[in-house]
Design a protein around this ligand. Structure first.
Ligand SMILES: *Cc1c(COP(=O)(O)O)cnc(C)c1O
Length: 375
């Protein structure tokens, strides 16, 4: 099965993991600090603080940003639930902003949602495509709001040559198995703000500050959200290959773009010339007249060996959110959910695989399009 996204682990990744397993430190050794330095060198961010998952990184980011009971957070419903779960558990309320057909938050709809309770704007770089961060920052500055970003899909993405990671006050990344690079499970917060970095480190490890010799002091509430040495070593090894992975996913994506250029039955995600996307996902957006056939199309793509997926069910449609915050319905996000399919695009695929994927997608969609939807 060709997967919509998957990891590539090579012999040198395995060798470094073996080496760490035989070393003195499995936890709290030098590899974590090294991986953090590597992340800063790669992205240009001043500070990196790594965690045991992207979700932990979100929890830490929202906590040190001071998000609390009663705050409103303007965010996108087209994301993994963790993006909002981690501020909801702090007592904050999601204010859903509709999206554009590229899957990113619609920056032109943000300002109308701002109230005296708004604390932060949380965009997500969907599929690796950078959001309109400069516009979002301008709105935020005008209203004195924080911009903090879930860039789980976008490690290695850039705008005008500058990597995602220091545009927002803080940006989180995920190193889950199928993300742009993996530590098996893992995550990071990148920031240029020293005070945030210090608070993130405390939050990650019990709120304990080390002093001289055996003396330490717990100065704030903290948890154990630390990354292991094994994971960090794998992360450094993977990071060396990120540009190679991204080049491969772009080669496949560009090939798909060409194959689908004249296509009338679905759209693809268009990128600005000034940006590079990690191409974590390759989403296709079926036309409205095919929405009722999406299940059939999805099933047949799977039967023909395409590990497709749908990203995402709008977060507000989950029963927890419906119970907690009431029914919400945003037209573009709803349509996006009815029309999106992520097709296989990953760094383990050959160009023959890509050709098979493009042929199969076109064949299946055109076959079903003859049936049409009865309204
Ligand atoms: C994967 C993902 C997360 C969660 O990351 P984990 O490392 O799995 O905890 C959060 N947000 C988005 C957009 C993601 O894709």
């Amino acid at each position: 099965m060709l997967s919509y996204s998957t990891q590539l682990i090579e012999d040198d990744d395995i060798a470094i993991v073996n080496e760490v397993l035989k070393s003195n430190f499995l936890a709290q050794g030098p590899r974590v600090a090294q991986f953090e330095k590597d992340l800063c060198d790669y992205t240009g961010a001043v500070y990196a603080v790594v965690f045991n998952s992207g979700t932990s990184a979100l929890q830490a980011m929202y906590s040190v940003a001071g998000i609390q009971e009663g705050d409103e957070i303007i965010t996108t419903p087209i994301s993994f639930v963790a993006t909002s779960n981690m501020f909801v558990q702090l007592g904050a309320k999601p204010i859903w902003c509709d999206i554009k057909l590229d899957g990113n938050i619609d920056e032109n709809r943000i300002e109308a949602l701002i109230t005296p309770k708004t604390k932060a704007i949380v965009p997500v770089d969907f599929a690796g495509k950078p959001v309109a961060i400069e516009t979002i920052k301008t709105i935020a500055q005008k209203h004195n709001l924080l911009v903090i970003q879930d860039s789980s899909h976008a490690l290695g993405s850039s705008i005008e040559g500058k990597k995602i990671g220091s545009f927002a006050a803080m940006s989180i990344f995920s190193f889950h198995a199928i993300k742009p690079i993996t530590t098996s499970e893992g995550g990071a917060v990148l920031t240029d703000n020293k005070a945030y970095a210090e608070k993130l480190r405390l939050f990650r490890s019990h709120g304990i500050l080390k002093k001289e010799l055996w003396n330490s002091d717990m100065i704030s509430m903290g948890y154990n959200l630390r990354m292991t040495e094994v994971a960090a070593a794998l992360g450094s090894s993977q990071l060396n290959k990120l540009d190679k992975f991204i080049a491969k996913r772009n080669e496949i994506s560009n090939y798909f773009d060409t194959r689908f250029q004249e296509e009338k039955l679905f759209l693809t995600q268009k990128l600005e010339k000034s940006t590079i996307s990690s191409r974590h996902l390759y989403p296709i957006i079926l036309n409205p007249e095919l929405h009722c056939l999406k299940e059939d199309i999805f099933k047949e793509l799977q039967e023909r060996g395409l590990g497709v997926q749908v990203h995402y069910k709008p977060i507000y449609k989950n029963s927890f959110y419906e119970k907690q915050f009431g029914l919400v319905s945003l037209p573009v996000a709803n349509d996006f959910y009815n029309s999106e399919i992520s097709i296989p695009c990953n760094q383990t695929m050959s160009m023959q695989d890509a050709e098979y994927v493009a042929d199969t997608v076109l064949d299946v969609i055109h076959k079903y399009s003859h049936r049409g939807c009865s309204f």
